[in-house]
Design a protein around this ligand. Structure first.
Ligand code: CDP
Length: 137
């Protein structure tokens, strides 16, 4: 008997890049799946949302910043089969935003040089994106 396919979940994530070329990563808080691991900020795309709208909403909720859609460029997709779902996650690049990046929902935030990102343990979906960023930045 064939097994039912895993549901696919679309999550959008961003590499915010500051003027010194550092990238923002955020530590997942206690009580959530993958607590303690460092992720690229973002979240689930709600039904009816376009991915860019979801990312703008999540960045406002999680980090208190506003991003103009024209400043967002999709870069590469992560794809990972977690135990109960298949995660598809485009990583956007963003170099311009308004407001001050503020920790609202994460345990910690860190601005990290691309060649140091691999020092931070990441969810299995995020980790392969580090090599792409290192090559790009
Ligand atoms: O935070 P919460 O777990 O409620 O949901 P989410 O951040 O919208 O992400 C849903 C799931 O996607 C998480 O439980 C992680 O398994 C995964 N995820 C990931 O692997 N990497 C990310 N950067 C964000 C989410």
């Amino acid at each position: 008997m064939s097994e039912a396919p895993l549901p696919t979940v679309l999550v959008v994530a961003v590499a915010l890049i500051d003027v010194d070329g550092r990238v923002l990563i955020a530590q997942r808080p206690e009580g959530k799946a993958l607590a303690g691991l460092w992720e690229f900020p973002g979240g689930k795309v709600e039904p009816g949302e376009r991915p860019e709208q979801a990312l703008i909403r999540e960045l406002n909720e999680e980090l208190g910043i506003d991003v103009n859609e024209a400043c967002l460029a999709p870069f590469v997709f992560a794809s990972h089969a977690y135990e109960s779902f298949h995660l598809l996650m485009p990583l956007y690049l963003c170099r311009r935003w308004s407001g001050v990046v503020t920790k609202r929902e994460h345990a910690a935030l860190a601005w990290v040089k691309p060649n140091k990102l691999s020092d931070y343990p990441m969810p299995p979906a995020d980790a392969p994106l580090v090599a792409w960023l290192r090559d790009l930045l």
